[in-house]
Design a protein around this ligand. Sequence first.
Ligand code: FE2
Length: 324
Amino acid sequence: MSFDIIRSGRAVLHVTDLEKSRKFYDALGFVETEANEQEIYFRGLEEHNHHSLLLKKKDTPFLEVISYKVRSEEDLDKLAAKLEQDGYKVKWMDQQHAMGRSFRYQDIAGLPVEFYARMDSVERKLQQYDIYKGAKVQRIDHFNCMVSDVEATQDYYMKELGFSCSEYTAGEEEKVWAAWLHRKPSVHDVAFMNGEGPRLHHIGFWLKDPMSLIDGCDVLASMGYGPNIERGPGRHGLSNAFFLYLRDPDGHRIELYNGDYLTSDPDFKPIRWDLDDPMRQTFWGHAAPDCWFEEATEVLDVHSGEKVDKKPAKLKKRKPTFVI
Ligand SMILES: [Fe+2]
């Protein structure tokens, strides 16, 4: 590859009530970098970039874009040229607050995706233990998206964008039902799951330890957010991570995540899970609620700003037992 995608960097979500959202994300221990009447910029405690979660006040909750950081401005130009060569329409963005140049496009699955090379640096709060609270969110870790054709999406991300596969779920005739792909040396920067898509299933944020998951539950429950705890805590088979799934005040799903592993070895072999193996979704065996499989955030077109119509899943519907 002539370009280097570093990692998942930020997500931009539309929310309907900034104050409700602020209270929720503040309870989890996010750091508010700055805000105005229309936007809140959040980051994790160890993050030295300006934000990893941007909330914009709008009438309807949507995913505006998921963003990946690339190594340099030159990488950004080369990647844009490559995508245009492949037939994608690239939209260079006007200067966005606290960021350098960036462009967006609708990816092979119809997801709104953005690339950027530079974001303003801010104070890293890692050792300011006196401000730790809630789940003590450390940094963004991954996106998880529902797409109608997992195999085509996985293929493009691996062959054309340089992603590697850490784990995958295979069903009948070895059809890939879900795939976990990474650029940074962890289990994933993005996962694609078979389903009506394109939709954002969740954004994963990394915690420093499993106890922070429990602390997060305690704080949320004490503040009346018990109903926002959708699934977990538990341990995934796939990725080996501890997880907790939450729904924010607009229904956007956030995963608190800790305990995956190193994937940097060039001879690392992708781990296969069978679709019928219940341990891959929850290692301890307890089932996920139906809403976890059925509900997800709808996405916007980067060019028109309109909602992207969903396509049905390519693989036939069955009781899914995938995860992460
Ligand atoms: Fe996840």
